[in-house]
Design a protein around this ligand. Structure first.
Ligand code: ATR
Length: 291
């Protein structure tokens, strides 16, 4: 809430989320209550950073004794390159969303991928690695990270769907090189295989921006959905996207991206402050904002 953020205002800025644009990042709403609840004397701020200036932003934050930062669109790859040490999983994912400024190194991590694994476990009471997964809108940053995480988990089958199917070739090759999931298919929305592939999957994930705007259609035609499908949308505002509404109408189990937002935030916080568990504070903070 506004009060929680204001309470942080008297504290020294020690953490940030960097991106461009940045004004609408929800991260402060998660992270500041967790800092306050753990009696950590630090403020979490939003910082607008221009492309090409991520390394400079890191230098400035280090000079100011920042603990670390989160990184959002479009800087997750540039951040990976600007770190002096990158966790192997973040390197495989090709993206850094969490940075810790240690005395000896700038360490980069990715909590989006592991956050997704936890979100699926939480929402659907199942283990991602046992599922056959279709990722729709796999061409963007979120889609690539989630698709790669699925491949790292060794999901039984992976189907990637994208409007621009040519974007998927390099992604599929990188995922095959990880060596776990070998059953990987790339499709366009026009592909005649789409309906049969959809029927053979357990979990359908929207990683596109389709559903954000009023009037958007369901990213997948509702006729492709079956009641046995688990449906996850990485969008959390609106809380019910057209895809999720179509799934609910068929009595599918559905969930929106709030759990991903919270779990990636929890894991980031724990990179900065090991031995904390901010999950309930973060859940309550978001529940108070989203009705
Ligand atoms: P980000 O990198 O932030 O995740 P993005 O680059 O805007 O976001 O793209 C997200 C995904 O949404 C992409 O897979 C994109 O498809 P393309 O690769 O073909 O551009 C998908 N997307 C966006 N608008 C779409 C639309 N109207 N129909 C289908 N897919 C769409």
């Amino acid at each position: 809430s506004r009060d929680t953020l204001d309470a942080g205002h008297s504290k020294p800025a020690k953490l940030a989320v960097i991106g461009n644009p940045i004004a609408h990042s929800a991260s402060p709403y998660l992270q500041q209550p967790a800092l306050d609840a753990n009696d950590i004397d630090a403020r979490y701020i939003r910082v607008l950073v221009e492309p090409g200036r991520v390394a400079e932003a890191f230098d400035r934050m280090r000079a100011l004794d920042f603990i670390g930062c989160n990184v959002t669109v479009p800087h997750k790859f540039e951040a990976l390159e600007a770190c002096s040490e990158v966790h192997p999983d973040a390197r495989s994912l090709g993206a850094v969303n969490t940075v810790r400024f240690d005395a000896d190194a700038v360490r980069g991590f990715n909590t989006d991928g592991p956050g997704f694994v936890r979100a699926i476990a939480d929402e659907f009471n199942t283990t991602l690695s046992t599922l056959k997964v279709m990722i729709v809108g796999a061409g963007g940053g979120a889609g690539q990270a989630i698709a790669t995480q699925c491949a790292m988990q060794g999901v039984e089958k992976l189907v990637l769907v994208n409007r621009t199917v040519s974007k998927l070739g390099p992604l599929v090759n990188r995922m095959l090189a990880l060596g776990s999931t070998q059953d990987i298919t790339a499709l366009s929305f026009e592909d005649e295989e789409l309906s049969q592939q959809c029927r053979s999957c357990d979990l359908i994930v929207n990683t596109s921006s389709v559903g954000l705007k009023v009037g958007d259609p369901s990213i997948l035609p509702p006729t492709l959905l079956r009641s046995r499908h688990l449906i996850y949308d990485t969008i959390y505002q609106p809380a019910v996207t057209p895809l999720l509404a179509a799934g609910s109408a068929l009595e599918c189990k559905t969930a929106n991206g709030l759990s991903l937002l919270i779990h990636q935030g929890v894991l980031a916080f724990q990179h900065w402050f090991p031995q904390t568990d901010p999950i309930s504070v973060m859940r309550e903070a978001m529940a108070a904002r989203i009705h």
